[in-house]
Design a protein around this ligand. Structure first.
Ligand SMILES: *Cc1c(COP(=O)(O)O)cnc(C)c1O
Length: 484
């Protein structure tokens, strides 16, 4: 080996770099958790790129610490209790550390010997989750890289099992369709289009005033679809939806699917975790009857991205998704062996993601997940109640999960500009950087949206955020044109 490679692989170098990195991250955590620094230092994309382009021109530096430090400074900080924006967890430091371990081992998972322990831990973690969801004795699944890929995988399985023709062999024939709430995550729409269903193949069921699928419309919508020559093969229930965190009536969907022999897929990427909580379990009533369920560990279970479980009512169904022969990898591509991950997951090489979940569970017990969901869901309810008492603010809907949509109502005079006002407030918050929240569109109106993802966030932070919104609203009102 040449000198550069020898030095780069040297255990001593690694020891030094690792100690330096842990010290840097521990200091970062200590600072972020106080909430005293901005959640992000917002820069326009071109400005950010220009900085890094200039940095890239510098000679290589054998010491990575200054670079790491700059990456931290120029990133959004999820451990800051004033981060309450997108549904990404503030990862448990232990899970992130386990990521260093699995990164170094780099076992690829697709075939057993390239992931002996990773595949075994994956089996345990997915069986545990299947049982918590209340699925039957034949249930089981695997882990994959994110809810988007997981939903696509489950819908491919649904098509393989419910469509009478062999689409894998012959391609789509006829017009296939799925039914899903209009409030479902956009990745379901994307999955359907990737599968060649086209716009006609995604039947969006309207939602009620709580943004839940109007399940009584499933029957008439199915009839109409059949009249139009569509073959519906699956219904997707959101548990919960993304914008408002609303849970569809999964029992009603399960009944409907049973009656019509359709695949019932539950998208529990965010809110499937409610199954772990005694208090919130009723929200996912019926999930135990799903043919497939998706749950993200990197949303409500504090694992760094990406770790998603796809769980099937019948573990064996998962082997029907990709009926592909890859004989050089597996001696027998047709056997249903759980330990060759690549047979049923999209990925060939896959992260050793199970180790992060397993380490957290073995270190802190599964209670850490339960306590987390109970705390965050409870806080969202308390926050919503507080909003209802504020004359300047409106609540979109009483939250079922840890997602709360609200808006600044303003004074009578700018009532007609409420959308513009709230958009401007959100933009102002972003550049201000202290709090991080997002916005969403509900029935054509702009709402501010928080996902309370961080267990260090308290009512005091949320109240302070409202005061900041109010303060910034006075700034932006002056900049909003008065005519339409
Ligand atoms: C976040 C989310 C997804 C997408 O999952 P990723 O892990 O971000 O790919 C899908 N469905 C729902 C309901 C979600 O909340």
């Amino acid at each position: 080996m040449n000198d550069l490679l020898t030095a780069a692989y040297s255990p001593d170098t690694f020891r030094q770099q690792a100690h330096a990195l842990v010290d840097l991250l521990a200091d970062h955590l200590a600072q972020a958790e106080t909430g005293q620094n901005p959640t992000l230092n917002y820069l326009e994309p071109a400005e950010q790129l220009a900085y890094w382009e200039a940095e890239f021109e510098q000679p290589a530096n054998a010491k990575p610490v200054p670079l790491w430090n700059e990456i931290i400074k120029r990133s959004i900080h999820l451990h800051n209790p004033k981060f309450m924006g997108h549904q990404v967890s503030a990862p448990l430091p232990l899970a992130a550390l386990t990521g260093v371990l699995t990164g170094l081992l780099n076992n690829g998972q697709a075939v057993y010997e390239m992931g002996m322990t990773g595949n075994a831990l994956e089996r345990i973690v997915t069986n545990w989750l299947a049982q918590k969801l209340g699925l039957g004795p034949d249930s089981g699944g695997f882990l994959t890289s994110g809810g988007t890929l997981a939903n696509l995988t489950a819908l491919l399985t649904a098509r393989a099992l419910k469509v009478p023709t062999d689409v894998w062999q012959h391609g789509n024939s006829g017009k296939l369709a799925i039914m899903v709430s209009e409030e479902a995550h956009y990745c379901v729409d994307r999955a359907a289009r990737i599968m060649g269903l086209g716009a006609d193949g995604i039947i969006k069921i309207p939602t009620n005033d709580r943004f839940q699928m109007q399940t009584d419309l499933l029957e008439p919508y199915l009839e109409q679809a059949n009249e139009r020559g569509l073959t519906v093969f699956a219904v997707i229930g959101s548990a919960c939806s993304t914008s408002t965190g609303s849970y569809d009536d999964l029992t009603a969907i399960a009944d409907f699917c049973q009656t019509h022999n359709l695949w019932f897929h539950a998208d529990g990427a965010h809110g499937g975790v409610a199954a772990l909580s005694e208090t919130y379990r009723p929200l996912v009533q019926g999930i135990e009857r799903a043919d497939s369920v998706v749950v993200d560990f990197h949303k409500m279970m504090m694992i760094p991205a990406l770790v998603t479980a796809v769980i099937y009512q019948r573990d064996g169904d998962a082997f029907r998704t990709f009926q592909q022969k890859a004989q050089y990898l597996w001696a027998d591509a047709s056997t249903k062996d759980w330990f060759n991950s690549g047979k049923r997951a999209f990925e060939c090489t896959k992260l050793m993601m199970s180790a992060k979940v397993y380490t957290v569970m073995r270190t802190y017990g599964e209670e850490i997940f339960t306590q987390h969901v109970d705390l965050l869901y409870g806080l969202a309810r308390e926050f919503a109640t507080h909003i209802l008492q504020q004359p300047d603010f409106e609540l979109a809907v009483m939250p079922e999960s840890n997602i709360v949509c609200f808006r600044y109502a303003g004074s009578e005079t700018n009532r007609d500009q409420i959308n513009m006002l709230n958009s401007a407030i959100r933009q102002q918050l972003l550049t201000d950087g202290e709090f991080y929240i997002v916005q969403t569109i509900l029935r054509g109106h702009v709402w501010l949206r928080v996902s309370i993802m961080n267990s260090l966030t308290t009512m005091a932070h949320l109240k302070e955020m409202l005061l900041t919104v109010k303060r910034l609203s006075e700034l932006v009102v002056q900049n909003i044109p008065t005519s339409d």
